[in-house]
Ligand binder design. Structure first.
Ligand code: CP3
Length: 351
């Protein structure tokens, strides 16, 4: 691993890759770099478009570091997006200002066949240059999380051409043409393994797989499109990097969460806001680190309700390998001072 990073000195790794029950728990927040920070909005302005920012190693490193400077989180997360993979594979991807991602939908076998694994090198290379810069800029005790979107979640955007409340386009394709969906999932899985291994080679010491839309999959479709490709990524990455800790985040998996953890072999699991933490503590083996799950909207509201909920989360996970986080990403209207109050409150905790 490049730089002087020593996992043994990182509280994040003492928990995730060791068996430390740290009090207070390590903390980072999903989407900790983003529009709620004025300095992010300024850098974003300088970069031009959102994808221009992702592919600019100097500026992407800068925005990754912004929340670390403010809050000294125990981990940084690479600044990029889950749609880098379809973009690198040759699908047309752009961000509509004020709206979100748009893609030229891939819905046929022929269209899936144009996605080109051999074309990803240049764009993955830029992201990995960002990873190396971040590692060099971070304090030695701060972990660096690399990530990708899980194949199913990326497929919901690749097929639908945009975000949607119900992922209807991808679910419809999975039913009508399962072989086409399988081809798409397979190419995304392959690209994810290459991409994550390259991030580790560049200095990422932890990986997270975001399956934001896992919850839209019914019953056995969940195993086929969420669990199986995630397990393939975990196995594929571990074949080259046996010791890299991997956190899975199958959002709104509900009663399928423990089965996902067992089948995929992830080291840690992100709990969304709907997970009852005492159930997760009971149902998921104690060797697996839990991460979560404050409601991002409670972070917007702040004050006593937020502090009481933090206490509840800490009490429910006491004596457990646990990383404090939100149950989903920070939203743009979050007051930065509430993040400060959150971090202070978690770190006030004593054994
Ligand atoms: O967490 C971090 O700080 C690291 C960076 C990161 C971004 N996106 C930056 C981003 C990460 C880990 C992601 C993951 C991501 N991207 C997910 C999975 C996690 C989740 O939130 O559910 C998904 C589904 C996406 C796809 C995506 N990217 C959407 C739907 C949008 C538009 C919605 C929005 O919040 O604007 C984005 C854009 C995006 N990705 C922004 C950021 C900071 C905002 C873009 C801007 O600055 O205009």
């Amino acid at each position: 691993m490049p730089s002087g990073f020593d996992p043994a000195k990182s509280r994040f790794h003492q928990t995730l890759s060791g068996d430390a029950l740290n009090t207070p728990p390590p903390i980072w927040l999903m989407r900790q770099a983003g529009r709620y920070l004025p300095e992010y909005r300024a850098t974003r302005e300088d970069a031009g478009g959102f994808l221009d920012l992702c592919y600019n190693p100097e500026l992407a490193c800068e925005v990754t570091m912004q929340p670390i400077r403010r809050y000294s989180f125990d981990a940084a997360i690479l600044f990029a997006d889950i749609l880098i993979i379809p973009d690198a594979l040759g699908q047309k991807v752009w961000f509509e200002p004020g709206e979100g991602p748009r893609l030229e939908p891939v819905t046929t076998r022929d269209a899936v066949a144009t996605l080109d694994l051999s074309a990803t090198g240049e764009k993955f290379g830029l992201i990995c240059e960002t990873v190396s810069r971040i590692r060099a800029a971070l304090p030695e005790t701060t972990a660096l999380i690399g990530f990708c979107g899980a194949p199913w979640t990326v497929a919901t955007y690749a097929v639908g051409g945009r975000g949607s409340p119900d992922q209807a386009a991808a679910r419809g394709l999975a039913y009508a043409e399962p072989q086409t969906m399988q081809m798409l999932i397979d190419v995304l899985t392959e690209a994810s393994i290459t991409y994550l291994c390259a991030q580790v080679d560049a200095g990422a010491d932890t990986l997270q797989i975001f399956d934001t839309w896992a919850g839209s999959l019914p019953d056995d479709e969940f195993d086929r499109w969420c669990t199986a490709p995630t397990k393939a990524i975990v196995d594929g990455v571990r074949a080259r990097h046996p010791n890299i800790p991997i956190i899975g985040f199958p959002r709104q998996a509900g009663t399928r969460l423990a089965g996902y953890v067992e089948a995929t072999g992830v080291d840690g699991v992100g709990c969304d806001t709907t997970v009852v933490l005492t159930d997760a503590v009971r149902d998921i083996p104690s060797t697996v680190t839990l991460q979560g799950n404050l409601d991002p909207l409670l972070l917007v509201a702040g004050g006593d309700p937020m502090l009481r909920r933090i206490d509840h989360i800490l009490a429910a996970t006491a004596g457990r390998k646990f990383i404090f986080n939100l149950g989903h990403g920070i939203v743009p209207q979050t007051p930065p001072e509430n993040v400060e109050a959150l971090v202070k409150h978690v770190r006030r905790q004593t054994a």
